[in-house]
Design a protein around this ligand. Structure first.
Ligand code: CUA
Length: 342
C-alpha cells in the first residue's frame, strides 16, 4: 500500500454516491413529468400512438439495460482499486477477440433498434384512407379544409372513431408541425409541400392538438381540438358544417350581421351564405359552435369574444387580427351575431 492510495480512501466512493444521487434526481424528475396532466404521449388513444409507445418502451428497456450494465461495471471497477485495473489493462491491451466483442455489441444493439423502428413504421401505415381532410398551418391557427365536402372547420376538427384519419398537411406561411400527442406521430407542415399523416383514433374523446415546430411569437398559442366521435355523430357534424350560416334571430345579432358586413371583416373572414368571402383568417360560418377563440387562446364565451374583438393584440401579441375601432354597442352586436353562428 502506498501513501498516495490512502490519501482519499473515500474519494471514489464519494464520487459514486454523487453519481447515484444525480441519477435518482433525474429518475424522480422523469416520474414527476410522466405524471403531468394530459395530453401525455404515454396515454395513447390512437393506433400510431399505441405502436409508438410500445416502441418507446422497448427502446427504453434496452437502453436502461445498457445503462445499468455500464454503471455496474464502472462501479465495480471504482470500488475494486487501481492495482487490479492496471493488471487487467495489460491483459486486455491488443486482445483482438475482446476488441471484436465490444465493437459487435453496440452494432447489435443499434441493429435491433433499427429493426424495431422499421417494424413500427410499417405497422402504422394503412391502405384505407378513411376520413380525409387537409390541415393548413398558419400563424397562428389551423385551417382544416374538407374540400370534397365543401366546408372549412378552423381550429376544431371531428373524426370518426375506429376509422383511419388521413390528413394532408401543408403551410400557408412558415414551417409548423401537426401534432395530436395522444394520437401519436407528428409531421412537419412545409410551405409549398404536402406531407401526410394517418392513424386510427381508438377511443372517443376530445384531444388537444398543438403546433410542434417553433413558428414565431405565438407558437405556444397555436392549438386545436381533435374530437373523436361515433360514426353517426361524425356524419351529423359534417352535415351541420355543410350548412351555410344561420340567419340571426335576436335583435342584437341581426344588427351584428349588418355591422360585420360593413366594417371590413370580410377582407379576411368568410361566412358562407353572406357577403363575407375572405380566406386569410378563419372561416366563421359556425363560429358559435366552437369551443375556442384564436386557436384556443381563450375559451369561446361572449365576454372573451368581446375582449378579443376589442384588442386582439393584447390577447395574442403579433397575431394577424387587427384592432377594428368600433363603438362598444357595435362590438356587442358583433359578439351577439357570431355567437349565434352555431
Ligand atoms: Cu405553428 Cu409552431
Amino acid at each position: 500500500m502506498t501513501g498516495s492510495q490512502q490519501h482519499q480512501p473515500g474519494g471514489p466512493r464519494r464520487r459514486l454516491v454523487a453519481a447515484a444521487l444525480a441519477a435518482a434526481v433525474v429518475a424522480a424528475a422523469g416520474i414527476l413529468l410522466a405524471g403531468c396532466q394530459s395530453p401525455s404521449i404515454l396515454r395513447a388513444e390512437g393506433s400510431a400512438g399505441n405502436e409508438i409507445v410500445t416502441l418507446a418502451m422497448w427502446v427504453f428497456g434496452i437502453l436502461a439495460f445498457v445503462l445499468i450494465a455500464v454503471w455496474g461495471i464502472l462501479a465495480f471497477d471504482i470500488l475494486t482499486g487501481r492495482k487490479r485495473r492496471e493488471e487487467d489493462a495489460s491483459k486486455t491491451r491488443g486482445n483482438l477477440r475482446i476488441e471484436i466483442i465490444w465493437t459487435a455489441i453496440p452494432a447489435i444493439i443499434v441493429t435491433v433498434l433499427f429493426v424495431l423502428t422499421v417494424i413500427t413504421t410499417e405497422r402504422i401505415t394503412m391502405p384505407d384512407p378513411g376520413t380525409q381532410f387537409t390541415a393548413v398551418g398558419r400563424q397562428w391557427w389551423w385551417d382544416f379544409q374538407f374540400n370534397a365536402l365543401g366546408f372549412k372547420s378552423p381550429n376544431e376538427v371531428y373524426v370518426a372513431v375506429d376509422r383511419p384519419a388521413s390528413i394532408d398537411v401543408e403551410s400557408a406561411d412558415v414551417i409548423h408541425s401537426f401534432w395530436v400527442p395522444q394520437m401519436g406521430g407528428k409531421v412537419d407542415m412545409i410551405p409549398g409541400h404536402i406531407n401526410h399523416i394517418q392513424f386510427v383514433p381508438l377511443s372517443t374523446g376530445t384531444y388537444l392538438g398543438e403546433c410542434s415546430e417553433f413558428c414565431g411569437a405565438q407558437h405556444g398559442k397555436m392549438r386545436f381540438l381533435f374530437v373523436v366521435v361515433k360514426p353517426a355523430q361524425y356524419s351529423a357534424w359534417v352535415k351541420r358544417q355543410q350548412q351555410p350560416a344561420a340567419e340571426p334571430t335576436g335583435a342584437e345579432a341581426i344588427a351584428g350581421k349588418q355591422v360585420i358586413s360593413s366594417v371590413g371583416c370580410g377582407s379576411c373572414h368568410a361566412i358562407r351564405g353572406t357577403t363575407l368571402k375572405g380566406t386569410f383568417g378563419p372561416d366563421l360560418t359556425h363560429f358559435g359552435s366552437r369551443g375556442g377563440i384564436a386557436a384556443y387562446t381563450l375559451t369561446n364565451t361572449p365576454e372573451n369574444l368581446l375582449r378579443w374583438i376589442q384588442d386582439p393584440q393584447a390577447v395574442k401579441p403579433e397575431c394577424k387580427m387587427p384592432q377594428v375601432p368600433l363603438p362598444l354597442q357595435q362590438q356587442k352586436q358583433l359578439v351577439a351575431y357570431l355567437e349565434e353562428l352555431q
